[in-house]
Design a protein around this ligand. Structure first.
Ligand SMILES: *Cc1c(COP(=O)(O)O)cnc(C)c1O
Length: 496
């Protein structure tokens, strides 16, 4: 049952004079009034229009709001491409240790050796999984990693007296890829997919030339299919002197099994908030470390953590040092990047170890294929009967026959207690529903999800158009809701 009062905004609930905390009257003499401490032009002329509430109102408000939400901790969350796996609470406990939280980035290196050791080991582990030796932990997210790597590429070409102008991107790519390339000042060129959903090699060959700076690939691609010709593709890109970039958002399908560096990639990012079990969603902090080949390491952002000696005689107690790569592009983020997120990733990787990472990947692929096998007779899956860690179903036939859209199905899943899959992406598939279960789901959950989806497909078209029925709002205008949020008026409540 929904709690109406809690759904009013704090401003609506505000009553002058209410307080969460009341301080006692000051019992020491005040020798200076406020305007003697601060110049009067820096003091506000009127009180800020802040809501005034008792503690219980605030607690109820946020607790009830949180309960309207879906999260990995409360619901199956098969949001394709986003890898919404469960984040073990031990990662939280570790990264919230006061010994880590109490550190300050301006402390001298000698006083933060433990934290530097964590960064160093994380760089090493990410380098090993990538098959690429040099790592920068700085970028704040996957898209930021893409941007950082394109800056590295640009600096590398400039250093060799070249100004290359284009970045080649497959038509199935995530929107961040072309956005990043444009933001970094490159022209983007789209590469077609072939009938199997793989990179069309003839189209790629016809568009590769001495102006190509970078080919960006996602492998497995956004259809959940491994680019079986990746080696030839990388060779063709290298033959014109260009670099291959891997969008590493889908590392949950290959980590511990195959390494991007081994199949020809020169630079990549990780989304540690996807693959390595650090929380993500709602625009919170993430991290997008990049890994690159040796010849690109001089251009990486500063600082990199290096290890000095191995406790030999004469080596100072300070073992881990910050180093600035000789031709660095500079900084892309303050200090070290999203330290607390990176610490969670380190802890997760140390917990799983090399065998665990491999099992993580195997189970992610197994779960996706199990779910695909349950669903492929119920809904069209245009590319392949097998997938990697996710697959893309299409409601195009249902739309043509019965007027049911991917959005109808996605919204109805909310009524059944599931987060919706990613819809209308990738653009290659009409009425796309991109389903990624991740390895942390059990068989019962996958069975229930498949049964529910089948039940939904048997429901009346009109009922599906009117869903969801169980949520506080049904079908908001999503663009307007984002651009013009109603922050003061209470949310409209349904009468029933
Ligand atoms: C999530 C994702 C990105 C962007 O990563 P962020 O960490 O959200 O910036 C890029 N490409 C693909 C394929 C993704 O799934």
């Amino acid at each position: 049952m929904q709690n109406c009062q809690a759904l009013e905004t704090l401003f609506v609930q505000s009553k002058p004079g209410n307080r969460a905390v009341r301080f006692p009257v000051c019992d020491v003499p005040v020798d200076k009034p406020l305007d003697a401490l601060f110049p009067s032009e820096h003091l506000a002329a009127t009180d800020l229009p802040l809501p005034e509430l008792a503690e219980i109102d605030i607690v109820r408000h946020f607790t009830n709001l949180a309960m309207l939400n879906m999260s990995v901790d409360t619901h199956f969350y098969p949001l394709g491409s986003c890898t919404m796996k469960y984040n073990p609470k031990r990662n939280e406990a570790f990264s919230s240790s006061p010994r880590l939280l109490g550190l300050h980035p301006y402390q001298p290196e000698s006083a933060v050796q433990g934290q530097l050791e964590i960064f160093y080991e994380l760089q090493q582990m990410l380098a090993e999984i990538a098959g690429l030796p040099a790592v920068s932990l700085q970028p704040a997210a996957g898209a930021h990693g893409e941007l950082t790597a394109l800056f590295v590429a640009e600096r590398y070409f400039a250093d060799h007296g070249e100004k290359r102008t284009t970045v080649l991107i497959p038509d199935g790519a995530h929107g961040t890829n072309p956005a990043t390339a444009a933001f970094a000042g490159f022209k983007t060129v789209e590469i077609k997919s072939d009938a199997d959903g793989l990179v069309d090699q003839a189209d790629l060959a016809s568009k590769l030339n001495d102006q190509t700076a970078v080919f960006m690939t996602t492998n497995p691609n956004t259809l959940g299919i491994f680019e079986t010709n990746i080696r030839q593709i990388c060779d063709a890109v290298h033959a014109v002197g260009a670099l291959v970039y891997l969008d590493g958002a889908n590392m949950n399908a290959i980590a511990g099994i195959t390494r991007p560096g081994d199949f020809g990639v020169d630079m990549m990012h990780y989304n540690v908030h996807k693959t390595f079990s650090t929380p993500h969603g709602a625009g919170g902090p993430g991290a997008g470390p990049i890994a690159v080949r040796d010849f690109l390491s001089p251009y990486l952002p500063t600082p990199i953590v290096v290890k000095q000696g191995d406790g030999d005689r004469g080596v100072p107690a300070k073992l881990y040092r910050l180093e600035t790569p000789p031709k660095t592009i500079g900084k892309v983020r303050t200090f070290f990047g999203s330290t607390a997120i990176l610490n969670r990733a380190w802890f997760y990787l140390r917990t799983l170890g090399a065998d665990g990472i491999r099992r993580m990947t195997e189970n992610a692929v197994l779960n996706a294929n199990y779910l695909l096998s349950l669903l492929k007779d119920a809904i069209d899956v245009p590319y392949g009967d097998r997938c990697m860690h996710e697959f893309v179903a299409s409601a195009a036939m249902l739309k043509a026959e019965r007027g049911i859209t991917a959005m109808d199905i996605a919204k109805r899943l909310l009524d059944y207690g599931f987060h919706a899959p990613t819809v209308y992406f990738p653009l290659l598939v009409k009425e796309a529903m991109m389903i990624e279960p991740t390895e942390t789901e059990n068989k019962r959950t996958l069975d229930l999800f498949a049964e529910s989806l089948k039940k939904i497909l048997a429901e009346e078209t009109q009922l599906l158009h009117d869903t969801p029925h169980s949520t506080i709002t049904s079908r908001p205008d999503e663009v307007r809701a984002a651009k013009k949020p109603l922050l003061v008026a209470p949310l409209p409540l349904e009468e029933d």
